[in-house]
Write a protein that binds this ligand. Structure first.
Ligand SMILES: [Zn+2]
Ligand SMILES: [Zn+2]
Length: 276
């Protein structure tokens, strides 16, 4: 039975994580990880100018991860990445990889709301910008996401249906209509540019989500399309580095996957591992 011993989606105390990079590595070693990828949030000046890796922190972050990589060489493979939101101008140049994310609903006049932020603000935004239609909001969310992945292909697609985050408490929409239809349409477009989707347990650890992102029907559809998956804990605190990694293999198997990806131990970014 496969035990996950790697994580591609790790934050640090440079932005919104609570643990320094070194503590994440120490925890990874305790857990017997063979590789660990850092993916701190890139800056996004048009949305939240103070959020993400603004200079000079971007440079400090990169230097620290590269220096830790050298220090821990031979014990664990460290990868340098970023989590880049579609609203960020960050190019991803000079990195080993980046995770492409969509955290925002936006409209043409520059108005926006975070889909993983304050639920009242998001609800008010959907009322204002989409006449209260969650179907239209969901359609916009996935269209913008697919567009971004096509224009700036990431190595990994992040928490695909993050728009469900507050819905689990607020019950704004059923998770079997537009979510599935528009999600599938976005997947059809995305897979032309990126074949790797994360199975993200971070929401289970941090906000009590009932399952990883994405929901099972969308994950199964990704497999039908021939896509690949990589489990991630979207970790913000060292002690949660392997949170819900015990259920992730079965979650992927239930969607029909017989193998998944992990960050490599050597030169190759990804290695394939059997889930059977
Ligand atoms: Zn994210
Ligand atoms: Zn993240």
């Amino acid at each position: 039975m496969y035990m996950i011993r790697s994580n591609p989606h790790t934050h640090t105390d440079y932005v919104d994580g609570k643990s320094p990079a070194r503590d994440m590595i120490k925890r990874a070693l305790e857990l017997g990880f063979t590789s660990l990828g850092f993916s701190e949030h890139a800056y996004q000046p048009d949305i939240e100018p103070l959020y993400g890796l603004t200079d000079p922190n971007r440079k400090r972050y990169i230097n620290e991860i590269l220096s830790l990589r050298r220090e821990y060489e031979g014990r664990i493979r460290i990868w340098l990445g970023l989590e880049i939101d579609r609203m960020s101008p960050e190019s991803g140049e000079g990195l080993d990889y980046f995770i492409g994310a969509n955290h925002y609903l936006t409209s043409r006049n520059g108005d926006f709301a975070a889909v993983d932020g304050d639920a009242d603000l998001l609800e008010a935004y959907v009322a204002r910008a989409f006449d209260g239609s969650w179907d239209r909001a969901i359609e916009r969310y996935f269209k913008d996401y697919a567009d971004f992945v096509e224009k700036k292909p990431p190595a990994i697609i992040a928490h695909f249906d993050l728009i469900c985050k507050s819905n689990r408490k607020r019950h704004w929409f059923k998770e079997d209509g537009a979510l599935i239809d528009c999600g599938k349409e976005a997947m059809r477009l995305m897979i032309r540019s990126c074949r790797v989707l994360e199975v993200n347990t971070g929401g289970m650890a941090r906000s009590g989500q009932p399952c990883p992102y994405p929901v099972q029907p969308l994950l199964a559809f990704w497999r039908e399309l021939g896509g690949q998956v990589i489990p991630s804990s979207d970790c913000h605190r060292a002690h949660q580095l392997d949170a819900f990694f015990d259920i992730a293999p079965e979650y992927m198997r239930a969607a029909g996957f017989t193998e998944c990806l992990a960050l490599g131990k050597g030169d190759r970014l990804f290695e394939t591992v059997s889930l059977m």
